[in-house]
Design a protein around this ligand. Structure first.
Ligand SMILES: [Zn+2]
Length: 229
């Protein structure tokens, strides 16, 4: 399985050509995109013919995770076929209007749901954020990735990440952070619970915890980097 970090910042991109949350996951037969924030479309287009993507999975509808769905409609309207989109329940009317466009095939999903996309098993888990948000586990050919979505720490996460080869975690905030994201000290707990490696993401444009990390299995995500496992 390959995970490519298309964009790693939130709630807005860093100055000088960065992008907000978006990750391309390549499994044996599937191409899946997790979240589609600011700058995701140009990054994805540079990697892949967007029409060849099997599905976009949106963890939640905050703008830094979905904003490039807007220009994506213009691109997809010029292509044949529909692009599958999975997302949690939303009451945002403007967003529902986008998903009702004929270029998308939208599925509302909940924690506990499970689907298969070109051989990749995709499971949805609870997260704790300010709007309905899902964690996502992708399993294919004996390997698995767990994406926490945006969330604060809660103890059940240790069950959800168990056995994941890579945990992509919203855990790059400073110690003592009070908002709806995890601080970087939670990475050690996620590593211990999963038994795998941890990639910290959703970086603030003005804070990078890299210098505080000593465990080689815990890294801060780098834009443009591909992680294979
Ligand atoms: Zn959010």
């Amino acid at each position: 399985m390959e995970l490519k970090a298309l964009g790693i910042y939130g709630p807005y991109p860093k100055a000088g050509g960065s992008a907000c949350s978006s990750y391309l996951v390549r499994t044996e037969k599937a191409k899946l995109v997790l979240d589609f924030g600011t700058g995701a479309l140009t990054r994805l287009s540079a990697e892949e013919d967007v029409s060849s993507v099997d599905a976009i999975i949106l963890s939640h509808t905050h703008f830094d995770h979905v904003s490039d769905m807007l220009p994506l409609t213009y691109l997809m309207e010029q292509r044949p076929g529909k692009l599958r989109v999975y997302m949690p329940e939303t009451k945002d009317n403007w967003y529902l209007k986008i998903l009702n466009k004929t270029c998308f095939e939208a599925y509302e999903v909940n924690a506990g749901d499970k689907t298969e996309i070109n051989g990749a098993v995709v499971e949805f888990f609870p997260a704790r954020h300010t709007v309905p948000t899902l964690g996502v586990r992708i399993t294919d050919s004996g390997k698995s990735l767990y994406y926490t979505g945006d969330t604060v720490w809660f103890d059940e996460l240790t069950e959800y990440v168990r056995g994941a080869d890579t945990v992509l975690a919203d855990a790059a905030k400073p110690l003592g952070f009070k908002g709806p994201h995890m601080s970087y000290d939670k990475a050690g707990l996620l590593k211990a619970a999963s038994g795998g490696k941890v990639i910290l993401t959703h970086l603030s444009p003005d804070f990078d915890p890299s210098s505080a990390l000593v465990d080689p299995d815990i890294k801060v995500a780098e834009e443009g980097k591909t992680y294979s496992f």
